[in-house]
Write a protein that binds this ligand. Structure first.
Ligand SMILES: *Cc1c(COP(=O)(O)O)cnc(C)c1O
Length: 234
């Protein structure tokens, strides 16, 4: 068994334990393997453990990997900041985008998505802690933005995503995740049908699952510590 498959088993066990502790079905939480900065060979190694959904932050870095692994039936999720000049590459190569926080970007993705493909599955990124300079729509602006997104063609709004402060503790993370869950419930009550809470990473997935995460995005615990973060040439 390769090391990544061994790590997958550990992470799946963590997810299952957290789900059971919360009285949830472990199958209600999907694992997104965040392969940013890692080569196609690492993604391939994870495939050997049955992993099919992968997350990437940089359009340029991802497109080479996606092309190299075409034919394996993988599902690709874009989870990084969406630059305006990368929307076409993202609309072409990805199945999901978790990090939409502006109408203008959503409109470009909708216009550029091939009408013959399934709609792009989209989550709204929310700056749930109101942190200065952080990506994400403010919680009080989420409802109008969600309504506008839900009306766009070729996109399907699925839910909400957040990234709480990395330097917090379990209590802070749970509070943030609970706020995102409540926001999703509020939007659902207002008639916007949503089924996805993308929240929880290597260090805080237990807190996220306790508060209702349906997708956890895990990199380090599967692939190891990243070196220097990759970047998109613009
Ligand atoms: C890198 C990244 C992750 C994975 O983080 P780890 O701490 O390595 O598990 C999850 N979500 C987003 C948006 C990321 O950029």
């Amino acid at each position: 068994m390769n090391a990544i498959v061994a790590n997958l088993q550990v992470v799946r066990a963590r997810i299952a334990a957290a789900a059971r502790a919360a009285g949830r079905d472990p199958a209600s939480v999907r694992l997104l393997a965040v392969s940013k900065t890692w080569p196609a060979a690492a993604v391939h190694a994870a495939c050997e453990g049955g992993q099919r959904a992968f997350g990437e932050n940089y359009a340029q870095e991802a497109s080479g990997k996606i092309a190299a692994l075409a034919g394996l039936g993988l599902e690709w999720h874009f989870i990084g900041p969406v630059q305006g000049n990368k929307t076409r590459a993202i609309a072409d190569a990805f199945d999901w985008v978790h990090s939409v926080d502006r109408l203008k970007i959503a409109e470009r993705l909708a216009a550029q998505r091939d009408a013959h493909r399934p709609p792009l599955q989209v989550c709204l990124q929310v700056n749930i802690g109101g942190e200065a300079g952080k990506a994400g729509v403010a919680p009080e602006e989420a409802a109008p933005l969600a309504r506008a997104l839900a009306a766009l063609p070729r996109l399907r709004l699925r839910g909400l995503m957040c990234i709480p402060e990395a330097d917090g503790d379990a209590a802070l993370w749970r509070g943030r995740f609970a706020c995102l869950r409540q926001l999703l419930q509020q939007l659902t009550q207002e008639g916007i049908a949503l089924d996805t809470l993308s929240m929880g990473m290597s260090h805080d997935l237990e807190a996220a699952i306790a508060e209702g995460a349906t997708i956890v995005r895990v990199g380090t615990a599967l692939f190891g510590a990243r070196g220097k973060a990759g970047t998109d040439a613009s």
